[in-house]
Ligand binder design. Sequence first.
Ligand code: ADP
Ligand code: MG
Ligand code: ZN
Length: 468
Amino acid sequence: MSSTWEIVIGMEVHVQPRTRSKMFCGCAIGELGDPPNTHVCEVCLGLPGVLPVPNKAAVEACLKTALALGCEIPRHTKFDRKNYMYPDLPKGYQISQYDLPMSVNGHLEVGGHKVRIRRVHLEEDTGKLVHAGDKLHKAWESYVDLNRAGVPLMEIVTEPDIRSADQARDYAMELRTLLRTIGASEADMEKGQLRAEPNVSIRRQGSEELGVKTELKNINSFRALHRAILFEVDRHRQVLESGGTVVQETRGWSEAEQRTFSQRSKELAEDYRYFPEPDIPPLELDPPWIERLREALPEMPAPRRERLVRAHGLPASDVAVIGADRELADLFEGAVATGAAAKQVANWIVGEVAPTGKLPSAANLGELVKLVTDGSITRDQGREVLAESVETGRTPAEIVAEHGFQQVSDESELRVLAQAVIDANPKAAADFRGGKKQAMQALMAELRKRAPQANPRAANEVLIRLLS
Ligand code: ADP
Ligand code: MG
Ligand code: ZN
């Protein structure tokens, strides 16, 4: 990006709150891959004469999200009809919120940068079209699966406060952490539970006016989000620098071609002919109810990360991993509470637990870290024990005893072993005696090769003693 342009991004994120049933009927949410049209009823099929009833769990998830984002909650909120025709929308309108959303004016801090939240509101998802075709015979068929029609969605809209592709991705990731922390959503992008739509524009550095924006849809990973924005910013720059104008439109992202493409020119809000949903009375958001929800919120991810740094002196890189996931942070604090060394626990979580996503209990992780730290078992043995402990739920001590990972710590045995290693590596031994401390690594490696069952800490001490 040349220094003469500034990137401006506002994000609209759709999140599926964690509920058992749909937004306005009792149909189950179901799973991805369920047979089509197996979670439908007269309400979500849009049959005439039925009454939608708002799902309280969805309303609470939305309010919790709004509160966690520091939003203001009005006394009343209402639903509105957003009218448009599409085969995946059986009613011919979507029930959404227009001028009295569930909440307004919040913010989320991302890497020290404040992103203002314009609103968090509640609406319903549409169905899904499946196209099958045969080009050769010009036979095209389209199917509609309404399992998703009427699934609740929260829409979280920011002000145009984001200034880079990195920041946009970090915003979406921080939002995911927040949503999971408060239990409002599983926010799994792969399952379509979190969908990010960045609105992208650029303007001359120093200009106050917003440039013409394009809205990017169908982005289903953080990586795609980042790439789509970089591509789009570059496209805007090329258009503007060659004297053209950016067309306001909705664009898709092709993962295969790694580029954005025009989908449709942007509808104006008036085109939807919003009007109040006549079948749902406005909701009163009773202040004591809101206060109860606010008080029940857990510690937010950002202050928790600060606390992890302050209380345990963890480096930022560890906290970035551990603090990105409430379960990992709970695991960390639980294991440290058993008396295991904080930095060692962090290393095991970052290096071993987070990559597999399989969590041991805090007690078992604490025990394992202590066994490795005091030299009772080696790091490699520790990995085996951890995997088995996660698999079976048994304690590391039980597993160690059963495997006979009993280590050789016997002084005289180790002395014979260490002397043999020194004799076989005169150069490394001389180097170490000469002050080259790194030479110990080669000696230890040799010792481990000869006797994997040797207690590393005890062996190390014996080597040092023999060499000094
Ligand atoms: P629309 O009516 O097209 O949906 P809105 O004004 O409601 O547009 O804004 C939708 C999203 O786009 C918001 O997140 C907002 O911050 C963002 N946005 C609006 N204008 C711009 C712009 N010029 N550049 C980047 N983002 C923008
Ligand atoms: Mg929009
Ligand atoms: Zn239904």
